[in-house]
Design a protein around this ligand. Structure first.
Ligand code: HEM
Length: 142
């Protein structure tokens, strides 16, 4: 019985580290770029509802530029250091590939000329966003 109690206590004592959150979580430069992406996407959806093609063009172009800009930042979940290990370099390369794919999906949105194609492109962007976050985004709150 004592042994069980001891094991339980030992397990519990390790739990907090499993729930620890990085102090910079949600405060990185990449987070700022991502927030701009969110605004651009929101702006695009609003423009789509209003049939404002010029605003659609502006927002989709900035979403494209921001996707490429994101490639220069290393997700916190990979590392918070500037020097990367071999494994981290591989992960970062995957992240950059994901962002390139996102830029390609945004290109389809830029080139869409009817609402059907626009909605389809938005759905692909939404999926890429989900996939990218599942793979690379650190959860800030538990
Ligand atoms: C339209 C596409 C996307 C939008 C609108 C978007 C939006 C966001 C937002 C709102 C945040 C959280 C900001 C906060 O904490 O308040 C975030 C974080 C993050 N996103 Fe995205 N995202 C998109 C695509 C992607 C993709 C494709 C990837 C990966 C390939 C990605 C990787 C990340 C990472 C790693 C973070 C955490 C920031 C860090 O590590 O410093 N996102 N994103």
């Amino acid at each position: 019985m004592k042994n069980i109690l001891f094991s339980v206590l030992l397990t519990l004592s390790f739990l907090p580290s499993a729930f620890a959150v990085h102090p910079d979580c949600g405060k990185t430069e990449l987070t700022d770029v991502m927030k701009e992406m969110k605004d651009a996407l929101k702006g695009y959806k609003k423009a789509l509802k209003q049939n404002d093609e010029s605003a659609m063009k502006t927002h989709s172009q900035s979403l494209y530029d921001l996707s490429l800009k994101s490639k220069d930042y290393i997700p916190l979940r990979i590392t918070d250091k500037k020097a990367l290990s071999a494994e981290e370099k591989t992960k970062y390369a995957h992240y950059q590939k994901g962002m390139e794919k996102m830029a390609e999906s945004v290109k389809a949105l830029i080139n869409a000329t009817d609402n059907d194609a626009r909605k389809k492109a938005l759905a692909v962007i939404g999926k890429g966003n989900k996939k990218g976050h599942k793979a690379f985004k650190m959860k800030c709150k538990k």
